[in-house]
Design a protein around this ligand. Structure first.
Ligand SMILES: CC(C)(COP(=O)(O)OP(=O)(O)OC[C@H]1O[C@@H](n2cnc3c(N)ncnc32)[C@H](O)[C@@H]1OP(=O)(O)O)[C@@H](O)C(=O)NCCC(=O)NCCS
Length: 309
């Protein structure tokens, strides 16, 4: 075994960038030359994928950043506001919003993974887009006993990137498809999710629609992004809205979100947390042999001076 001394000293090996005292070089370009000459979406593509994208890809990335940037109250904005109401400064607020993103909110990584597997299978089997969409819809609806399907797509009950609990038919998805076609970036994955919408009717008895994250993930995969990058892209875009919600919470609200004096009942108001809304085990005592430190003091009863009058 090589002696510790003979090992190469630790260093990261990176193809992303390097810096010296007077220069920062990103994917081969001087950062000061990039600044002022390319936009944010192009920079994202350069840093993530190594090249400045074609004009069509750049336009589409910009459109996707815009379409996903803000969506009123959803899990990420509501979480961001709650965290901000307690923490009071931006980083925890942003992180709180981002941490709510995953399998039921956004779901772009699962969706992308599914579309990639479907198109790979289509090519292996020599199926059409419609046949592949039929296989996936049928498999999700009736997967019991289909070990081959489960091995490939996992045991799942819902289509990833599908359905929107508020809009039902997500109004943003058709716009994603329309723009992808216009900018010349629509490929097999986007065509596949369109075919999948049609296939749902046969197996669910009604048409189920892709949501915007389902459409975005298909479009991003067509443009060469990996599943993790698809979710990260959505999270980056939604960060724009999350910051606005954090700042609005900070500048318009007084924090803690539990004041009984507010005109409306706040989500954390005690009135919503009492026994009327509790259906767990009844109040009970620890068994005597578990009590090491007995509770000797009576509970403290606060008497509201206003209530006494
Ligand atoms: C987001 C989600 C949890 C909402 O589900 P929900 O609360 O059940 O939504 P709804 O109550 O409006 O569902 C209505 C019906 O559609 C079904 N449904 C909802 N989403 C579905 C999906 N992705 N695939 C298949 N069926 C779905 C529900 O099971 C329900 O059927 P039922 O009436 O026969 O019970 C669900 O759509 C989901 O998991 N989607 C995949 C993840 C995703 O894309 N998340 C991003 C959303 S922005």
């Amino acid at each position: 075994m090589a002696d510790k001394q003979e090992r190469e000293p630790f260093h990261w090996q990176s193809a992303i960038s390097y810096k010296v005292r007077d220069r920062i070089v990103i994917r081969g370009y001087d950062v000061n030359e990039l600044a002022g000459n390319i936009g944010y979406a192009e920079m994202l593509h350069l840093v993530w994928k190594g090249e400045i994208p074609s004009p069509g890809v750049a336009k589409m990335l910009n459109a996707l950043i815009v379409i996903f940037a803000e969506h009123a109250m959803s899990p990420s904005s509501a979480s961001a506001r709650m965290v901000m109401s307690g923490a009071g400064y931006i980083m925890p607020g942003m992180a709180g919003g981002l941490l709510s993103i995953g399998y039921t909110h956004v779901d772009a990584h699962e969706a992308a993974d599914c579309w990639i597997k479907a198109i790979k299978l289509m090519k292996e089997k020599g199926w059409t887009l419609e046949e592949t969409a039929d296989y996936l819809a049928k498999g999700i609806r009736k997967q019991e006993g289909d070990a081959e399907f489960v091995k490939l797509f996992g045991a799942r009950k819902v289509l990833p990137g599908w359905h929107h609990p508020q809009h039902i038919r997500d109004l943003r998805s058709p716009r994603v498809i329309e723009l992808a076609e216009k900018f010349g970036v629509a490929g097999d994955h986007l065509k596949f999710v369109v075919a999948l919408e049609d296939a749902t009717e046969k197996y669910w008895g009604r048409k189920l629609y892709m949501n915007v994250a389902g459409a975005i993930s298909a479009c991003l995969v067509d443009m060469g992004l990996e599943p993790d990058e698809c979710l990260a892209f959505c999270a980056l875009s939604r960060s724009v809205g999350i910051v606005a919600h954090c700042m609005e919470e900070k500048n318009r609200e007084k924090g803690w979100r539990a004041s009984a004096n507010s005109k409306i009942v706040q989500p954390l108001d005690l009135a919503l947390q009492g026994p009327d809304y509790y259906d767990g085990p009844k109040d009970r005592k620890l068994p005597k042999d578990r009590v090491v430190e007995p509770l000797e003091r009576e509970p403290y009863h606060y008497i509201d001076p206003d209530e006494k009058k």
